[in-house]
Design a binder for this molecule. Structure first.
Ligand SMILES: Cc1cc2nc3c(=O)[nH]c(=O)nc-3n(C[C@H](O)[C@H](O)[C@H](O)COP(=O)(O)OP(=O)(O)OC[C@H]3O[C@@H](n4cnc5c(N)ncnc54)[C@H](O)[C@@H]3O)c2cc1C
Length: 545
């Protein structure tokens, strides 16, 4: 080998580590809220997520995007999507680890906080396949609003991964999706035009749906919660992909979206040609029914963004620990340390808030927890998901040119990063939801305040910021739509700060409050002087197990 092929000063791949155990913020949050009995499973999931084999599945699933087959060779419609085997490997692992329904169907043995920790670990590997997993998890509370229709489906979601289209009763396990968005309106679902007409002779509650959906992800799932206009208004329906008698329901996949990221997952445009569906909940109450599902998917958007942040920080800190420039390790450069520490703060705060909200699902009998979740979800969905793309871009830059090359993880993370802020209610929709809470739900506002005040007296900057947001809330502009993002951002940061002040190491809490409570946070790495960035970066840097 000639001297020109000598490779020096290139970091080793971040492979062969425990993604869970190497993430101190996640481990501590899990210890606070999760089931201690599940720790062994989380560690083994973490090792799988950090293994070379699973990392290869992620790359393959992303590179070999799903392919739509509308017809068979004789011209019959089949409307199937073919996935790379690695997609199925990822899906099987997610279902085996019960991320798709576990806490609902396995309670009290499993908890939402534990499942959230698994979700953060596993979606660091490959985010796209978590879409059907997340929709299945989220479908359960909506299905349970109407047990006469929903219970049978909840019972079918629990078992193992079975990707073949078959009658649902014969399957080892079913997965659920949702179809709300139409061409003329996504956020504004009341603009839906898909029609639902009652059918005689099939028993109560069956309808035929005619219309289209502009986005319907994971169209190979077995059942979809669909919104359509019934005689008495917008209504939620349960639409099986294959009917009990084995015939395919009249759901036509028109094409798959060619997406910026999330490429392993299929997102289809679909048409319903008189497709059979069962009503879930009363006619005219479609939004109220499906909102139960949307609340749960919004939590997963926060957890998914926390995962993207953490993977980005892991890659960036790892690179800086193993790369030198101008005679010194990058991680020892004061300026690089400020960038890495700032990114680590963002990641820690996202993880702490995501796990806190997951724990509130476990404690849903407690009015404070219900109220906190009501206000915390739009705040976290708005803020965490919106902060993520800029943070991932900054982390990518920490790897220099290597970060811009497809062989690194960073391009996949970068392409995925904006998505959580778009689906399940884009940023403005979350901010407007916050205004609704402020106007109509004083218990939720009180729960936010109580949660922030739990850290009262421990950090002057947090106390001052709470006083300042309190006067904003009392001011005349608090209900103005133009101020909604300002309020959402500040209220979310205070929730994060309160969690970090109470539970994170002093260096983390101090830097978070110094950089975010009383100051406008512009670019990453522009931290105030005097912070212990070395301790923050050390804590965030993964070690091989
Ligand atoms: C990869 C992917 C997969 C998806 N999968 C699914 C799926 O499986 N099922 C499904 O039903 N949908 C799915 N969606 C659709 C997604 O939920 C919608 O794109 C999203 O809800 C936004 O709706 P829209 O695209 O119609 O945008 P619009 O509703 O037109 O919104 C456009 C912009 O306007 C803003 N806006 C909207 N209303 C207001 C207002 N009142 N004031 C101020 N600003 C406002 C929004 O914040 C947004 O920035 C998917 C989308 C993507 C990208």
């Amino acid at each position: 080998m000639g001297a020109t092929h000598e490779v020096t000063n290139q970091p080793p791949p971040l492979t062969g580590y425990d993604v869970f155990g190497a993430d101190a913020a996640l481990v501590e949050a899990f210890d606070r809220y999760g089931n201690t009995g599940d720790r062994v499973e989380l560690e083994s999931l973490g090792r799988l997520a950090g293994s070379a084999e699973a990392q290869r599945w992620a790359v393959e699933a992303d590179r070999h995007a799903p392919v739509l087959r509308t017809h068979d060779r004789y011209g019959h419609r089949v409307d199937e999507v073919d996935f790379h085997p690695s997609w199925h490997r990822l899906m099987r692992a997610a279902v085996d680890h019960r991320m798709h329904a576990g806490p609902w169907v396995d309670a009290p043995l499993s908890s939402h906080a534990t499942r959230a920790a698994k979700f953060v670990v596993w979606s660091q590997l490959e985010a796209a396949h978590l879409c059907p997993v997340s929709m299945t998890y989220a479908a359960v509370p909506a299905l349970r609003t109407d047990p006469a229709v929903g219970d049978v489906w909840v019972g079918r979601l629990g078992a193992s991964y079975d990707p073949v289209l078959r009658p649902p009763a014969e399957k080892d396990g079913c997965l659920a999706g949702m179809a709300m968005t139409e061409k003329q309106g996504g956020s504004d679902v009341r603009a839906n035009t898909t029609r639902a007409e009652p059918v005689d002779g099939l028993g109560a509650g069956w309808y035929r749906l005619t219309g289209h959906k502009w986005f319907c992800s994971a169209p190979m799932n077995d059942v979809f919660l669909v919104l359509a206009q019934a005689p008495d208004g917008l209504t939620c329906f349960v639409l099986p992909r294959v009917l009990d008698d084995g015939t395919r329901n009249a759901l036509r996949l028109q094409r798959l979206k060619d997406k910026l990221g999330n490429r392993a997952n299929a997102s289809a445009e679909v048409e319903f040609d008189g497709a059979l569906a069962q009503r879930l909940g009363p006619e005219g109450r479609g939004v109220a029914t499906i909102i139960e599902m949307v609340a749960a998917t919004r939590l997963d958007c926060v957890l998914g963004s926390a995962a993207l942040l953490r993977r980005s920080v892991a890659e960036a800190t790892w690179h800086a620990a193993h790369r030198s420039a101008f005679g010194a390790r990058l991680a020892d450069s004061e300026l690089m340390r400020a960038v890495l520490a700032d990114l680590a703060l963002e990641s820690e705060a996202a993880t702490a808030l995501g796990l806190r909200l997951a724990a509130s699902v476990d404690r849903a009998d407690d009015p404070h927890e219900r109220a906190l979740r009501r206000i915390g979800l739009p705040l976290a969905k708005f803020w965490v998901c919106k902060r993520t793309p800029a943070a991932v871009a900054e982390a990518l830059e920490c790897l220099g040119g290597n970060g811009y090359v497809e062989e690194s993880e960073m391009p996949r993370l970068y392409r995925e990063a904006p998505l959580n802020s778009i689906w399940e209610g884009a940023g403005n929709v979350q901010a407007l939801d916050l205004l609704r809470v402020l106007a109509r739900e004083p218990d939720a506002v009180a729960a936010w305040r109580a949660e922030v005040e739990a850290a009262k007296g421990q950090d002057r900057r947090l106390d001052d910021a709470l006083a300042s947001v309190t006067s904003l809330l009392a001011g005349g502009d608090a209900g103005a739509a133009g101020q909604a993002r300002v309020l959402a951002g500040r209220m979310a940061v205070l929730l994060q700060a309160s969690l970090l002040v109470r539970f994170a190491p002093p260096a983390v809490a101090d830097a978070f409050c110094a950089s975010r409570c009383d100051a406008r946070h512009d670019v990453y790495g522009a931290l105030p002087a005097g912070l212990d960035t070395a301790a923050i970066v050390h804590r965030a840097t993964p070690v091989l197990s």
